[in-house]
Design a protein around this ligand. Structure first.
Ligand code: HSE
Length: 440
């Protein structure tokens, strides 16, 4: 075939072949498989080595050359030919050491590792910078939703001061099902595990750890100040009841696990993950099942909401491959790749404790149906500077119990905690069932 080519055409092909970018992949699970398959579409990319945990595992992946598979991930990070390493195993170790070794060996990094970035992002970014390498991580926040690249490039002219987001598909799936079926958390969790929507050990998702990792990195990038994961307040969804779901609906809300980050006027960052009643007028109230969404508020842009698949083989691969291609497109053209994508900010955010925050609250109380209970609820709130937006009492047949639901106006968390203590000590109040913050 070559004898029919002009020398110019031959040179173009030769250049193209010589410029193949060499990639190493660590991890061939759901995300790794999606990345492998997607990269098959890019002829300028060559996957040189793939590290897996178990070499003998049967994999149904077309075009997978067994000879490039290893069960030693150090063969990937130490391979002198590899220019970009995609770390897709998750967790702290060995990922942390593998990434550092790869950087030391002159490789750029693409990672989907939310826990590692939230806990050790600062060290890794600084280490990469010292070695003039980049670490890209679009897939570590919300799977297929583009966030980091847009924030760092086209939104760079903004001062972003607020993020409200649904960053965990498992919990959003469970809450959506509880809402639709009127079922309990335990029932829906079991069903979700059977269907493969929730892990056998769901703690990381349902207790809000996963969302906390993601909002930590997202807020760090959006605010340009480092957020410390140990100062991020976290509450999961395990205590949400069908009664809360029903009451929320009746009052015009949906309950969602919200990852929230705000930069206050005094420069302090308030970053947390907890369930919230979200007014049905807000877009996040309508994000259902495994879909994720992020609403950003910035100046001059105003409010922007991005939504899409927050996990899964191909959506996450979309972000990983996008990062790989961004690096590949600059390799060999410049000595300082992707300056806008680097994380060089060194200011630590001053973080607010949740006890210093102000919120609207939903409170669900079970009380004896006796004289003066509503009056005492009102007085406890009044005495502690809490104004009520609504209070509803419903009679519950049979056990002389009343279900009281209260929504407050914006109130101090410290005052709210004092009121809850008063309720807990009131002999006519059987139980404070729930205290859930309400999105304003
Ligand atoms: N476990 C996560 C979720 C996906 O349920 O959204 C990976 O971060």
């Amino acid at each position: 075939m070559l004898k029919y080519m002009t020398s110019k055409q031959f040179c173009v092909i030769l250049n193209f072949m010589e410029n193949k970018i060499k990639i190493g992949i660590i991890g061939l699970g759901t995300v790794g498989s999606g990345v492998f398959k997607t990269l098959q579409n890019f002829k300028n990319i060559e996957i040189v080595k793939i590290a897996v945990r178990n070499k003998n595992k049967k994999r149904n992946i077309e075009n997978l050359d067994e000879s490039i598979i290893t069960d030693n991930p150090y063969e990937v990070v130490n391979d002198p030919d590899i220019q970009i390493v995609a770390e897709l195993v998750g967790g702290i170790e060995p990922a942390y050491n593998l990434i550092k070794t790869a950087i030391k060996n002159g490789k750029h990094i693409v990672t989907a590792n939310k826990e590692l970035l939230a806990k050790h992002g600062e060290e890794l970014f600084n280490f990469a910078e010292e070695h003039n390498k980049v670490v890209l991580y679009e897939a570590a926040i919300a799977g297929g939703i583009p966030l980091i690249m847009p924030i760092k490039t086209i939104l760079a002219g903004n001062k972003i001061n607020k993020i409200k987001a649904i960053l965990n598909g498992t919990t959003n799936y469970i809450l959506t099902k509880m809402d639709i079926q009127g079922a309990s958390y335990a029932e829906v969790l079991k069903e979700s595990q059977e269907l493969g929507y929730a892990e056998a050990d769901p703690t990381g998702d349902v207790e809000g750890f996963d969302a906390a990792y993601k909002i930590t990195t997202l807020a760090t990038i959006a605010f340009g100040k480092r957020i410390k994961i140990d100062k991020v307040y976290r509450e999961g969804i395990t205590k949400i009841s069908p009664d809360d779901m029903k009451a929320a609906n009746e009052m015009g809300y949906k309950i969602k696990l919200i990852a929230s980050a705000e930069l206050n006027d005094d420069g302090r960052a308030d970053v947390r993950v907890h369930p919230m009643l979200v007014p049905k007028s807000k877009s996040l109230a309508h994000i259902d099942y495994v879909t994720n969404a992020v609403s950003l508020t910035g100046h001059p842009v105003g409010d922007v909401t991005l939504s899409g698949p927050g996990a899964g083989e191909f959506p996450t691969a979309s972000s990983v491959v996008g990062d790989i291609l961004a690096i590949a497109s600059e390799l060999g053209r410049t000595d300082y790749l992707l300056p806008m994508m680097r994380c060089r900010h060194c200011e630590n955010a001053v973080m607010m404790d949740v006890s210093e925050t102000e919120n609207k609250y939903y409170i669900s109380i079970t009380a004896q149906n006796s004289k003066g209970v509503i009056g005492r609820i009102g007085k406890a709130c009044e005495d502690n500077n809490i104004s009520l937006a609504s209070i509803v009492q419903k009679e519950v047949a049979g056990d002389n119990a009343a279900k009281i639901t209260v929504i407050t106006e914006l109130s101090k968390e410290k005052d709210m905690q004092k009121v809850i203590e008063i309720f807990n000590n009131d002999s006519a109040i059987t139980k404070v069932n729930s205290l859930i913050r309400v999105q304003v």
